[in-house]
Every structure is written in C-alpha cells, then in structure tokens.
Design a protein around this ligand. Sequence first.
Ligand code: NAI
Length: 439
Amino acid sequence: MKSYAVKNISLSSEGEKKIYWAEKHMPVLALIRKNFKKTKPFENVTIGACLHVTKETAVLVSTLKSAGAEIYLSASNPLSTQDEVAAALAGRGIHVFAWRGMSKEEYYRAIGHVVKAEPMLTMDDGADLTACIHGLYYKEYAREDVKIVAQVVGKKSIGDIVENIVGGTEETTTGVLRLKAMAREGTLLYPIIAVNDSYTKFLFDNRHGTGQSALDGIIRATNMLIAGKTVVVAGYGWVGRGIALRAKGLGANVVVVEVNPIRALEALYDGFYVTNMITASKIGDLFITATGNRSVIRKEHFLKMKNGAILANAGHFNVEIDLEDLENISTSKKEIKTNVTEYTLKNGKKIYLLCEGRLVNLAAAEGHPPEVMDMSFTNQALALLYLLKKNRKLKKKVYRLPLPIDRKIAELKLKSLNVKIEKLTKDQREYLKSWKLGT
Ligand code: NAI
C-alpha cells in the first residue's frame, strides 16, 4: 500500500543527487551508519519524526532505516520541505508526508499519520509532534491541531499509543522550551532528550549553521548587497550571534536588540551597536529575528521603519514578526517575487517580508550545511539509541545527552577533519586535580 504523500514522486532522482552530496559531507554519521548496519539496533522499532525534510534529514532517516527502523516522517514547517528530497525518501521506503507549501490542515494531517503509526520513539523539531500527542492524550479537542490529528488517528487508542512510546528527542531551542514547560507542569508523558542542548549541536548548528544559512536565504530571496547595510539582529543567543557575526563579515553595520542584559553586554563587547527595537527600527535596512519569542517586531516598529526595509525571521515559528499587526497597518500586499511579499503601509511606505515570516534559511535556502548537520544528527541518532538502551528507566523529564557522548561526537568530527588536538600529560592531570601547589 502507498504510504507517503509528496508533491511529485518523479522528482526522486533529483532528490537522490542532493542526498548523495549531503552524505559525502556527513562523515561522523557515516561511521554511525556503518556500525548500525551491522548491529541493527532499531530492528522492529517504529520511529515517528517531525523534522525539516531536507537532504541532511534524508541522511539521518536513511541511517535509522539501515539500522532496522520503520520511519514515519512529517515536515516540521509548512515551507521547509525540499520536494525532490521528499520524493527520494518515498522511493527509499520512508513513509514521508511532506511537501512545500502545506496548508495548516495538511501540516497537522501529516503529523496525524505519524502519530497513527504508533511510534516507539519520536523525533521532533519544534515539538509540534509531541504537543499533538499530548493534546490528544489530555483530550484538548478545542485546539485546532489536536482536532485535525484526532481525525487522522481515528479509533486508535491514544492511551495505547502513549504507552508504546519509550521516549523522544527534540532538535531546537523553541521545542526544548515547550517540552520543559510540560515537564514543569507535570504533564510530560515520556522522557525527552534535548538534542539542542548538546554542545556539539547548539555551538555549531545554531551559531554557524543558522548564521550562514540565514544570510544565504536572504541573499537568495533578494540578491541584496549586505555590505554597507544596517542589519538589525533581534536576539543575541546562539542563532543571533551567528547571524550578527556573518552579517558583519559581509560588511554590514550590525545592530543588536536584546532583552537579557548579560547577552546585550556580550554583544556590545563583541563590537556591535546595542539598542532597543524602537530605536533600531528607524535605522535598519534589514531586520532578522532570532529570539524564539513572539511579536518582537510589531506595529510601533513597522511604523518607524524606512521605506524599503526588509524583514526576515530565523527563529523557529512565524510569530517573531507580528504579521497581524503588519496586515492591519497595510493597505495592500502582493508577492513581488518568490519568497518576497511587498506590504504598502497606510503611511505610504513599503516594507518587504521574506518567506511569510517563516525561517528564512530553510524556506529560501537549503537550511544548514551538511557539515554542521553531521553533528546535530549524530546527536539525534545516538540520543534515540540511548533512549532505547535505557529501556524505559528514564523519568518523564527533559534530559541532555550525557557529556561523554557529546565529547565523543566532537572527537569523531575532529578526526574526520584530520585535526590533531593536544593531550594532557599525567603530570598536568594531577596538577589540575590538586590544590597544594600555589605561588
Ligand atoms: P537562545 O535562547 O540562545 O537565544 C534567544 C535570545 O533571544 C535570548 O538571548 C533572549 O534573551 C533573546 N530574546 C527573547 N525575547 C527577545 C525580544 N523580545 N527582543 C530581543 N531579544 C529577545 O536561542 P537560540 O538557540 O539562539 O534560538 C533562537 C530561535 O531560533 C529559536 O526559536 C530556535 O528554535 C530557532 N532556531 C532556528 C534554527 C533555524 O534553522 N532557523 C536553528 C536553530 C534554532
């Protein structure tokens, strides 16, 4: 029986070429795959995933399939699916439900198919899959997402579905925040490994991956010259600092807007102009949000912006730029080119919104480079294995992957890059442990 839904299955050979390229740049995951192929740790395990359907994700799910898993995959954003990759995955026997430009209803129906498959392990990017499972379990049918997922799941018992889940993983900061909120409330139904919180994830993926790919997306969408522009970056977390650094490297004058005084101070000492959004809105040519928060740029800011200002978001959800406010103060809007919508404000100025306020690096470019996803997705694969090996002994909490695994991934990455690092001598190890030797 056909168990996938993609835009066009005949795109699969194009998708295969992209996956091949990603595979060649993900050497650490290749080592894991080699081992998984032999040991088959996921034999008879169904994995339900809600991830950006990119060529790098294809390498991850193919790795898990070669380890014996049955994979159900839905998109974690309506605009991030690479249709040719989705087609290739369907050809590889992955149950993939994803295409670029899904409606809200289609997006949640796809998640419904993943839930209905009764996964033993879940993999999330943004926690939509986990939130739907929890909403269903707690009978929150007033929620639109839960209503749609419930229709697809049909008569299957959500109690049995939850009982079958050993644990889940979460890829991104926003998802981890949502899951930690569930754990705090005492409503989390199974353990989660916050893959985002591994050093080999956030220090590289969030910072260098999004730093480069967000600007890549903006440039692909607009072909604008970054040099000489005033680029306002909202949020100086791991994503924001990557974007600020790369924008500076391209010759922009970077302005940072933060709410956390420590991070604002870091930005200042890293050489950026730090101010609040109302001041920044008067001087910015390009605004990039990366906060994980809502309404970071809103009515009062749009009204102060220069004619021609460009708005992009790199945070997980499309809530950072307040789209309702933007609609309300506009007299018209039109898509003037792919990924660029022109809003004409009541004050006569024009503002350009990229990718409907959805994450610009995935919607207008290809997401993070495979070299970076190599580490993020090795964390994912090893986190799933860890959950399985713990055999239901973990509490219903949000965990990090143990530090030795995190360090091992860094070691393997360095090895793949032929980089040698220094080793502590016995004497140095002892010195670092002792307190007796002073001045
Ligand atoms: P983070 O927690 O390290 O940084 C967020 C920063 O935003 C914090 O310093 C916080 O103080 C600041 N902030 C919060 N509200 C603000 C406001 N109103 N104005 C200005 N600053 C504000 O989080 P991280 O890891 O940098 O992630 C940020 C977002 O990017 C999340 O939604 C995350 O899920 C997403 N993300 C997106 C990726 C992509 O591929 N586009 C990749 C990785 C993460």
